[in-house]
Design a protein around this ligand. Sequence first.
Ligand SMILES: *[C@@H]1O[C@H](CO)[C@@H](O)[C@H](O)[C@H]1NC(C)=O
Ligand SMILES: *[C@@H]1O[C@H](CO)[C@@H](O)[C@H](O)[C@H]1NC(C)=O
Length: 262
Amino acid sequence: MGAMGRLCARIFLVLLPPSAVSLCLEDGVPEQNRRYLSDTAASADESRTPIRMVMYDWGSAEMASTLTHILVTEHFGYHAVMNQQRTLGSFDGVLELAGCTTEDCSQRYAESHIAMECWMSEIPFQFARFAAEHPDKVPFDLGSIGYFGENSLSVRGAVRDDAYFTSGLSLEFYKSYNTTLHHPKLFFDSITDLDINDFAPCNTTGNNFANDVEMRAYGRWTGDWDGLEETESGYIAKCSDGSAGKSDVFGLEEIPILNKRL
Ligand SMILES: *[C@@H]1O[C@H](CO)[C@@H](O)[C@H](O)[C@H]1NC(C)=O
Ligand SMILES: *[C@@H]1O[C@H](CO)[C@@H](O)[C@H](O)[C@H]1NC(C)=O
Protein backbone atom coordinates (compact mmCIF):
# COMPACT_ATOMS: atom_id res chain seq x y z
CA MET A 1 0.00 0.00 0.00
CA GLY A 2 2.77 2.37 0.96
CA ALA A 3 4.74 1.53 -2.16
CA MET A 4 1.67 2.10 -4.33
CA GLY A 5 1.12 5.45 -2.76
CA ARG A 6 4.68 6.50 -3.41
CA LEU A 7 4.58 5.31 -7.02
CA CYS A 8 1.37 7.19 -7.70
CA ALA A 9 2.79 10.29 -6.17
CA ARG A 10 5.81 10.05 -8.42
CA ILE A 11 3.77 9.67 -11.59
CA PHE A 12 1.60 12.53 -10.55
CA LEU A 13 4.60 14.77 -10.01
CA VAL A 14 6.12 13.87 -13.35
CA LEU A 15 2.91 14.63 -15.18
CA LEU A 16 2.39 17.94 -13.45
CA PRO A 17 3.31 20.70 -15.92
CA PRO A 18 5.27 23.65 -14.49
CA SER A 19 2.48 26.08 -15.36
CA ALA A 20 0.16 24.21 -13.00
CA VAL A 21 2.24 25.34 -10.01
CA SER A 22 -0.03 27.90 -8.48
CA LEU A 23 1.08 31.48 -8.24
CA CYS A 24 0.19 33.72 -5.38
CA LEU A 25 -0.02 36.98 -7.33
CA GLU A 26 -2.50 37.31 -10.20
CA ASP A 27 0.17 38.59 -12.57
CA GLY A 28 3.05 36.68 -10.92
CA VAL A 29 6.07 35.76 -13.03
CA PRO A 30 5.80 31.99 -13.68
CA GLU A 31 8.71 29.82 -12.61
CA GLN A 32 9.99 29.13 -16.14
CA ASN A 33 10.35 32.87 -16.83
CA ARG A 34 12.37 33.68 -13.73
CA ARG A 35 15.97 34.78 -13.79
CA TYR A 36 18.99 33.64 -11.84
CA LEU A 37 21.62 35.89 -10.37
CA SER A 38 24.78 35.75 -12.38
CA ASP A 39 27.71 35.14 -10.14
CA THR A 40 30.75 36.07 -12.16
CA ALA A 41 33.12 34.89 -9.45
CA ALA A 42 31.72 31.35 -9.50
CA SER A 43 32.61 28.47 -11.79
CA ALA A 44 30.55 27.99 -14.98
CA ASP A 45 28.39 25.36 -13.27
CA GLU A 46 27.54 27.62 -10.38
CA SER A 47 27.30 30.90 -12.22
CA ARG A 48 23.50 30.74 -12.31
CA THR A 49 22.59 31.23 -8.70
CA PRO A 50 19.14 31.48 -7.16
CA ILE A 51 18.68 34.16 -4.49
CA ARG A 52 19.35 32.38 -1.19
CA MET A 53 17.29 33.48 1.77
CA VAL A 54 18.04 33.07 5.46
CA MET A 55 15.10 31.57 7.34
CA TYR A 56 15.16 32.55 11.01
CA ASP A 57 13.60 30.12 13.42
CA TRP A 58 10.70 32.19 14.79
CA GLY A 59 7.18 32.77 13.58
CA SER A 60 7.26 36.44 12.60
CA ALA A 61 10.49 35.92 10.65
CA GLU A 62 8.90 33.00 8.85
CA MET A 63 6.03 35.23 7.81
CA ALA A 64 8.27 38.12 6.66
CA SER A 65 10.55 35.69 4.78
CA THR A 66 7.66 33.91 3.08
CA LEU A 67 6.15 37.22 1.91
CA THR A 68 9.56 38.36 0.66
CA HIS A 69 10.01 35.07 -1.17
CA ILE A 70 6.73 35.63 -3.01
CA LEU A 71 7.74 39.17 -3.99
CA VAL A 72 11.23 38.15 -5.10
CA THR A 73 10.00 35.24 -7.22
CA GLU A 74 6.65 36.42 -8.53
CA HIS A 75 7.02 40.19 -8.64
CA PHE A 76 10.72 40.67 -9.34
CA GLY A 77 10.96 37.40 -11.27
CA TYR A 78 14.03 35.78 -9.69
CA HIS A 79 14.59 32.21 -8.65
CA ALA A 80 14.83 32.16 -4.87
CA VAL A 81 15.32 29.42 -2.30
CA MET A 82 14.94 29.40 1.46
CA ASN A 83 17.91 27.91 3.30
CA GLN A 84 16.99 24.43 4.53
CA GLN A 85 18.54 24.88 7.92
CA ARG A 86 16.65 27.25 10.23
CA THR A 87 18.80 30.03 11.68
CA LEU A 88 18.64 30.37 15.44
CA GLY A 89 20.03 33.82 16.19
CA SER A 90 20.18 37.21 14.48
CA PHE A 91 23.95 37.16 14.25
CA ASP A 92 23.98 33.66 12.73
CA GLY A 93 22.02 35.17 9.84
CA VAL A 94 24.68 37.85 9.44
CA LEU A 95 27.28 35.10 9.15
CA GLU A 96 25.17 33.35 6.50
CA LEU A 97 24.96 36.57 4.50
CA ALA A 98 28.73 36.89 4.80
CA GLY A 99 29.20 33.24 3.86
CA CYS A 100 31.24 32.57 6.98
CA THR A 101 30.89 29.53 9.23
CA THR A 102 32.22 31.37 12.25
CA GLU A 103 32.85 34.93 13.36
CA ASP A 104 36.53 34.74 12.39
CA CYS A 105 35.46 33.77 8.88
CA SER A 106 38.15 31.12 8.59
CA GLN A 107 35.77 28.84 6.69
CA ARG A 108 33.64 30.08 3.82
CA TYR A 109 30.61 28.75 2.00
CA ALA A 110 28.15 30.17 -0.52
CA GLU A 111 26.74 33.33 1.01
CA SER A 112 23.02 34.00 1.33
CA HIS A 113 21.54 37.19 -0.08
CA ILE A 114 18.57 38.19 2.06
CA ALA A 115 17.71 37.87 5.75
CA MET A 116 14.37 39.22 6.90
CA GLU A 117 13.81 40.14 10.55
CA CYS A 118 17.39 40.32 11.64
CA TRP A 119 17.01 42.10 15.00
CA MET A 120 20.01 44.40 14.78
CA SER A 121 19.43 45.99 18.17
CA GLU A 122 20.25 42.61 19.74
CA ILE A 123 23.65 42.39 18.12
CA PRO A 124 25.17 45.88 17.93
CA PHE A 125 28.53 44.91 19.44
CA GLN A 126 28.95 41.72 17.45
CA PHE A 127 27.89 43.35 14.21
CA ALA A 128 30.24 46.32 14.70
CA ARG A 129 33.13 44.02 15.53
CA PHE A 130 32.43 41.80 12.54
CA ALA A 131 32.18 44.86 10.27
CA ALA A 132 35.53 46.15 11.55
CA GLU A 133 37.24 42.78 11.06
CA HIS A 134 35.63 41.83 7.74
CA PRO A 135 34.71 45.06 5.95
CA ASP A 136 34.64 43.27 2.58
CA LYS A 137 32.15 40.64 3.75
CA VAL A 138 29.84 42.42 6.16
CA PRO A 139 26.25 42.57 4.85
CA PHE A 140 24.31 45.82 4.43
CA ASP A 141 21.77 46.71 7.06
CA LEU A 142 18.92 48.06 4.94
CA GLY A 143 17.02 49.36 7.94
CA SER A 144 13.64 48.76 9.49
CA ILE A 145 10.92 46.85 7.66
CA GLY A 146 8.32 48.89 9.47
CA TYR A 147 7.45 47.27 12.75
CA PHE A 148 8.89 47.13 16.23
CA GLY A 149 9.44 44.33 18.66
CA GLU A 150 10.22 44.10 22.31
CA ASN A 151 11.83 41.46 24.47
CA SER A 152 10.44 41.21 27.93
CA LEU A 153 9.93 38.84 30.80
CA SER A 154 6.37 38.10 31.81
CA VAL A 155 4.77 36.34 34.72
CA ARG A 156 1.53 34.49 34.22
CA GLY A 157 -1.48 35.75 36.14
CA ALA A 158 -2.02 32.43 37.93
CA VAL A 159 1.58 32.42 39.22
CA ARG A 160 1.36 36.08 40.22
CA ASP A 161 -1.89 35.46 42.13
CA ASP A 162 -0.53 32.35 43.78
CA ALA A 163 2.46 34.29 45.16
CA TYR A 164 0.39 37.27 46.24
CA PHE A 165 -2.48 35.41 47.88
CA THR A 166 -0.33 32.85 49.68
CA SER A 167 2.51 35.08 50.90
CA GLY A 168 1.84 38.70 49.95
CA LEU A 169 4.70 38.65 47.45
CA SER A 170 4.13 40.93 44.45
CA LEU A 171 5.91 39.30 41.55
CA GLU A 172 4.97 42.19 39.27
CA PHE A 173 7.38 44.47 41.13
CA TYR A 174 11.04 43.86 40.45
CA LYS A 175 12.10 44.75 43.99
CA SER A 176 10.24 41.68 45.24
CA TYR A 177 12.93 39.56 43.65
CA ASN A 178 15.43 40.64 46.32
CA THR A 179 16.37 37.24 47.69
CA THR A 180 17.41 38.61 51.06
CA LEU A 181 13.75 39.39 51.72
CA HIS A 182 11.77 36.92 49.62
CA HIS A 183 11.98 33.58 47.90
CA PRO A 184 10.29 34.08 44.55
CA LYS A 185 11.64 30.78 43.32
CA LEU A 186 9.09 28.98 45.49
CA PHE A 187 6.50 29.89 42.88
CA PHE A 188 8.43 28.72 39.85
CA ASP A 189 10.18 25.67 38.57
CA SER A 190 13.86 25.35 39.27
CA ILE A 191 16.81 25.63 36.94
CA THR A 192 17.38 21.90 37.48
CA ASP A 193 14.01 21.17 35.85
CA LEU A 194 15.45 22.28 32.54
CA ASP A 195 17.23 19.90 30.21
CA ILE A 196 20.87 20.91 30.36
CA ASN A 197 21.27 19.75 26.74
CA ASP A 198 19.16 22.71 25.66
CA PHE A 199 21.90 25.08 26.82
CA ALA A 200 25.00 26.14 24.94
CA PRO A 201 28.25 26.36 26.91
CA CYS A 202 28.40 29.95 28.09
CA ASN A 203 31.92 30.41 26.75
CA THR A 204 30.73 29.70 23.19
CA THR A 205 32.23 32.28 20.86
CA GLY A 206 29.59 34.76 19.77
CA ASN A 207 27.46 34.15 22.85
CA ASN A 208 26.59 37.26 24.87
CA PHE A 209 28.00 35.58 27.99
CA ALA A 210 31.40 35.53 26.28
CA ASN A 211 31.14 39.07 24.96
CA ASP A 212 33.62 41.31 26.78
CA VAL A 213 31.72 44.54 26.07
CA GLU A 214 28.40 43.17 27.27
CA MET A 215 29.85 41.43 30.31
CA ARG A 216 31.67 44.61 31.40
CA ALA A 217 28.39 46.48 31.07
CA TYR A 218 26.70 43.74 33.13
CA GLY A 219 29.35 44.08 35.84
CA ARG A 220 29.05 47.86 35.87
CA TRP A 221 25.26 47.86 36.13
CA THR A 222 24.82 45.06 38.64
CA GLY A 223 28.08 45.17 40.60
CA ASP A 224 28.16 41.38 40.29
CA TRP A 225 31.84 41.10 39.36
CA ASP A 226 31.92 37.76 41.21
CA GLY A 227 29.69 36.37 38.49
CA LEU A 228 32.34 37.19 35.90
CA GLU A 229 35.73 35.82 35.06
CA GLU A 230 38.54 37.73 33.39
CA THR A 231 40.12 35.79 30.53
CA GLU A 232 42.59 36.59 27.76
CA SER A 233 39.70 37.53 25.50
CA GLY A 234 38.07 39.73 28.13
CA TYR A 235 35.31 39.19 30.66
CA ILE A 236 33.07 36.13 30.36
CA ALA A 237 30.32 34.87 32.63
CA LYS A 238 31.52 32.49 35.31
CA CYS A 239 30.15 29.04 34.63
CA SER A 240 31.64 26.37 36.80
CA ASP A 241 30.83 23.47 34.46
CA GLY A 242 30.93 25.36 31.20
CA SER A 243 27.20 25.81 30.81
CA ALA A 244 25.05 28.64 32.06
CA GLY A 245 22.65 26.38 33.78
CA LYS A 246 23.74 24.26 36.67
CA SER A 247 26.00 26.82 38.27
CA ASP A 248 24.66 29.71 40.23
CA VAL A 249 26.13 32.24 37.82
CA PHE A 250 24.09 35.44 37.81
CA GLY A 251 22.24 34.13 40.85
CA LEU A 252 20.55 31.55 38.63
CA GLU A 253 19.77 29.61 41.79
CA GLU A 254 17.19 32.27 42.50
CA ILE A 255 16.12 33.25 39.03
CA PRO A 256 12.59 31.98 38.57
CA ILE A 257 12.08 29.61 35.68
CA LEU A 258 8.83 28.67 34.02
CA ASN A 259 9.26 25.24 32.53
CA LYS A 260 6.47 23.55 30.57
CA ARG A 261 3.86 25.40 32.55
CA LEU A 262 2.71 27.64 29.73
C1 LIG B 1 17.62 43.69 49.42
O1 LIG B 1 17.18 43.70 50.73
C2 LIG B 1 18.22 43.91 51.69
C3 LIG B 1 17.64 43.72 53.08
O2 LIG B 1 16.61 44.63 53.35
C4 LIG B 1 18.80 45.28 51.48
O3 LIG B 1 19.86 45.50 52.39
C5 LIG B 1 19.32 45.40 50.07
O4 LIG B 1 19.78 46.70 49.81
C6 LIG B 1 18.24 45.03 49.08
N1 LIG B 1 18.83 44.97 47.75
C7 LIG B 1 18.38 45.72 46.73
C8 LIG B 1 19.10 45.55 45.43
O5 LIG B 1 17.44 46.49 46.84
C1 LIG C 1 34.80 26.46 27.39
O1 LIG C 1 34.98 25.89 28.68
C2 LIG C 1 35.31 24.52 28.67
C3 LIG C 1 35.40 24.03 30.13
O2 LIG C 1 34.62 24.74 31.01
C4 LIG C 1 36.64 24.32 27.95
O3 LIG C 1 36.94 22.96 27.89
C5 LIG C 1 36.53 24.89 26.52
O4 LIG C 1 37.77 24.81 25.89
C6 LIG C 1 36.08 26.33 26.56
N1 LIG C 1 35.82 26.80 25.20
C7 LIG C 1 36.23 28.00 24.77
C8 LIG C 1 35.85 28.36 23.37
O5 LIG C 1 36.85 28.77 25.47
